[in-house]
Design a protein around this ligand. Structure first.
Ligand code: NFS
Length: 674
């Protein structure tokens, strides 16, 4: 009998240990392989990425191409003569591709912001009762940033303005940011003055959010902008429209509607799912629906209903940034990062996976076919073609009804579970919910009411600097390895870390978001501060739109004094060790354009265009004080951030204070007790 060689050969699958540092993830990858279910980790083994695309030098913006301009073996000697059919150079092509990624990212964040602004408008117009204003103080605090007065003069006396009137005016001003015909974005005025001047000088002040994104699509169309510097100028403008526009408005209005985060205890990892509970996993980015699902799943009506089906209760969990949103406001635990979404279903205990927008694998539906899990799409712009997916379109005008319908569906599905339930036990405790206001409270003290304590400790060298470590997972890298290695290296060297997005979830899973971590992983200076104040050395600021909180926290540090006049003067650096999404590129560029040295891991699609790469990695610093870098090795990555922090400390003249801390703890104790 002839032997079918192909059939004999086992399909290539991922090695669980090489795929992730997390033991729960490893266990579930193995479980998936036993059940013959393919996951992203297996696909990353069988499908190789395109080497030319990785370098950013494939142009497919017209039908004469795709034009691929690989770097010659051995690099470029003499003049770089590579061109596409129209003559486009590698610099033009890489810059076009890069800013189209910014357009994608800025569009995603900003459209999310727009949805929130629309819900806010419905509240302002009293068209919905399902949502209310949970944090009126925050509204009053941000109103002036939109140019909305909060007081009125009546007969020479200053009085508080009617609250409903303020809400409506803020709603109108906020909505107008997407399409106003003149002026520039209101929130730019929140940045330090010298930074605003830099933007003005460079001509990159965003006019309105939509326009900057549209203009990228125009300028990168065949035969339009052919100057990589001019293309990047527009990329910068759109990125700023994201960070200081769409994302910042999303964060603020979410805080106003759903509450401003405060430190809150929770857990993280797949082990948060419970076998005897109805498990609902919410996944995506917009908290508009998940806020309602939190409320519905805590309602007596739903809990009683769950009991009638034999469940002990309802366990809500999250994946990706929707998880971070409801974590920071309600303590709902994340079940995992971006790369664990399929695994949550593979537990066999996920009764419903409710998705909204962004970072959702199409393969979820295929995995769900092997289990009882209901995958429910909820957003009109994000549907799935597979026939086992339900679509329950969510609308703020009947939000609670939609949420209850979804929760009920999950409860009804509880009894359909198969025998193959296997929930990993791993989960870790975390403290999340550090917004700008919470950091001020924790590290400012009520007396000073600003970032005084933080600044003071940076100046005296106990805290060496600030690292913003954020962003995705990428299946081309070992899950969470670089996230954790970078963060641990930073805190070991007394750099306090601000985290968001999937990095925040990764840190939570590793137990880095607890005050107790300080004594184990931190350098002596940072450990001392964390122990005194009672905070973790890694502060979780929320979702990816909440990177805007990092911008504002940095601005508060500038304002508190003693550390220079602009964000670029601060001993601070940014990092996205395992990035994958276009949103990360937009975030990277608005950090760079706000003055932050920003290091990415994995790869960056600019390496095939060395001149353009140099522009981002070096020259950009002359414009904004920040620049890009790409360092895959996590320790070198963190060390480059630390070297930058030390350079800034030196420029500020505070490097000596730092030396004393490092060299002689005993001396310092003597000094203090004297
Ligand atoms: Ni950010 Fe959040 Fe995660 Fe990356 Fe996706 S969830 S918006 S994009 S993968 S951090």
């Amino acid at each position: 009998m002839a032997v079918d060689k192909k059939a004999e050969k086992a399909p290539k699958v991922a090695d669980p240990i090489a795929a992730s540092i997390d033991t729960a993830t490893q266990q579930m990858i193995r479980r998936a392989q036993e059940l013959n279910i393919e996951t992203v980790f297996d696909r990353a083994v069988t499908m190789k990425p395109c080497n030319i695309g990785i370098q950013g030098i494939c142009c497919k913006n017209c039908a004469m191409g795709p034009c691929r301009l690989p770097l010659p073996k051995g690099g470029i000697e003499g003049e770089d003569t590579r061109k596409g059919l129209c003559g486009a150079t590698p610099n033009t092509i890489a810059a076009r591709n890069f800013i189209r990624m910014i357009a994608g990212g800025a569009a995603a964040h900003s459209d999310h912001g727009r949805c929130v602004a629309e819900v806010f408008m419905s509240v302002a117009r009293k068209e919905t009762t399902d949502y209310q204003i949970k944090d009126p103080e925050k509204l009053i605090a941000v109103a002036p940033n939109f140019g909305v007065a909060t007081t009125v003069e009546v007969d020479g006396e200053t009085k508080d303005r009617d609250f409903d009137e303020i809400v409506l005016e803020v709603a109108k001003k906020a909505m107008a940011e997407w399409g106003k015909p003149e002026g520039s974005l209101h929130y730019l005025n929140r940045a330090p003055k010298p930074l605003q001047e830099k933007w003005k000088k460079a001509g990159v002040e965003p006019r309105n959010i939509d326009r900057e994104i549209v203009e990228i699509m125009h300028r990168t169309h065949m035969g339009v902008d052919q100057d990589y510097k001019n293309l990047m100028k527009q990329g910068t403008r759109a990125a700023l429209a994201d960070g200081w526009g769409g994302s910042m408005i999303a964060t603020d209005l979410q805080d106003v509607l759903f509450g401003t985060p405060n430190p809150i205890q929770s857990e993280a990892n797949l082990g948060i799912m419970k076998e005897d509970h109805v498990n609902i996993i919410v996944h995506g980015h917009e908290p508009v629906l998940s806020e309602m699902i939190v409320a519905a799943s805590q309602s007596k009506e739903m809990l009683d209903y769950a009991k009638t089906k034999g469940a002990k209760g309802i366990q809500l969990g999250g994946i990706c940034c929707t998880a971070n949103e409801i974590l920071q406001r309600h303590g709902v635990p994340p079940a995992g990062t971006f790369l664990q979404q399929e695994l949550a279903i593979i537990t066999g205990a996920c009764d419903a996976m409710v998705v909204d927008i962004q970072c959702v694998f199409q393969n979820l539906a295929n995995v769900a076919k092997c289990f009882h899990t209901k995958v429910i799409t909820t957003h009109p712009i994000a549907r799935m073609e597979q026939d086992n997916v339900l679509h329950i379109e969510f609308d703020e005008h009947h939000a609670m009804d939609d949420a209850k319908r979804i929760v009920k569906l999950a409860i009804d599905n509880f009894t359909n579970r198969g025998a193959e339930v296997m929930i990993p036990r791993q989960k870790a405790t975390q403290i999340a919910g550090f917004g700008v206001e919470a950091i001020q409270y924790q590290l400012g003290g009520t007396f000073r009411g600003d970032y005084f304590t933080l600044n003071d400790n940076i100046i005296n060298g106990r805290i060496r600097g600030i690292g913003g470590v954020v962003g995705c997972n990428n299946a081309r890298a070992r899950h969470n390895e670089a996230h954790i290695a970078v963060v641990k290296e930073l805190i070991k060297n007394d750099v306090i870390v601000l985290t968001t997005g999937c990095n925040g979830i990764a840190c939570a899973m590793e137990g880095l978001l607890t005050p107790e971590t300080a004594g184990v992983f931190c350098g002596p200076g940072l450990a001392e501060v964390c122990e005194t104040v009672g905070i973790p050395p890694v502060l979780h600021l929320g979702s990816c739109v909440d990177n805007s909180r990092i911008l504002l926290a940095a601005t508060e540090v500038v304002k508190a004094g003693g550390l220079g006049k602009d964000i670029s003067d601060l001993p601070a650096a940014g990092s996205a060790p395992e990035w994958m999404s276009e949103k990360a590129i937009s975030i990277g560029q608005y950090f760079v354009a706000s003055g932050v040295y920003t290091v990415f891991g994995v790869n960056l699609p600019v390496t095939g265009a060395p001149v353009f790469q140099d522009y981002l990695f070096k020259e950009m610093e002359n414009l904004y004080g920040g620049k890009w870098d790409l360092i895959e090795d996590p320790i070198k990555h963190a060390q480059a951030m630390i070297a930058h922090i030390d350079k800034k400390r030196k420029a500020l003249g505070i490097d000596k204070a730092r030396d004393r801390v490092l060299m002689d703890m005993a001396d310092r104790q003597k000094l203090e007790s004297a």
